[in-house]
Design a binder for this molecule. Sequence first.
Ligand code: ADP
Ligand code: MG
Length: 208
Amino acid sequence: MGCTAQDVITAVRAAAVVIQDHRDELVRLDQAIGDADHGENMKRGFTAVVARLDAEPPDTPGKVLKLVATTLISTVGGAAGPLYGTAFLRAASAVGDASELDCDTVARALQAALDGVIARGKAAVGDKTMVDALTPAVAAASCAEGTVAAALAAAADAAAEGANSTVPMVARKGRASYLGERSAGHMDPGSRSTALLLRSFADTAAKS
Ligand code: ADP
Ligand code: MG
């Protein structure tokens, strides 16, 4: 059984709650090496996403992902808004108009999201960005077990490790790079939000 539009809506709503719950943590991380807006930016974006889902719930998984993309692009701002927007837009394109998502499609969507973030932000692994969480997540999202839940759980574990790996890094992209060596010793906020989103998607998939 694959993920329907309703399943994807449920996952996005749960992710919005997680982002809200972690708003202050993301603010603190961005305070250390940026401008302290990442938590508020993400919270504003996902609050707007939920409002649009309430008003007009889309009827395919691809349309849900596209709604998330366009809403994040128009409401999050900063560096992360266009990057997450591109990620969800590429994921939407990858799933097309399928009425249900199987594991292979979810894995393809994750890969497309990463490709989009890299195309847009030109960051590589080691630059201390969300790419450091998303790259290992995509690599770990195996469909060997066949279920979306297992693939997302592996992706979430890898993203968490990836976010932890940013702590000692010196930032080479984004606002944190202005700090040079002083950016070391702090987790990158975008890698943390990516890990939170993937953990939330995995948790929702495990419940369905
Ligand atoms: P801003 O840096 O404009 O204040 P946010 O605080 O919302 O925007 O988001 C910062 C996050 O965006 C960083 O923690 C990092 O993960 C991500 N980021 C910044 N620049 C890039 C980039 N070029 N490629 C990938 N991710 C990036
Ligand atoms: Mg910021």
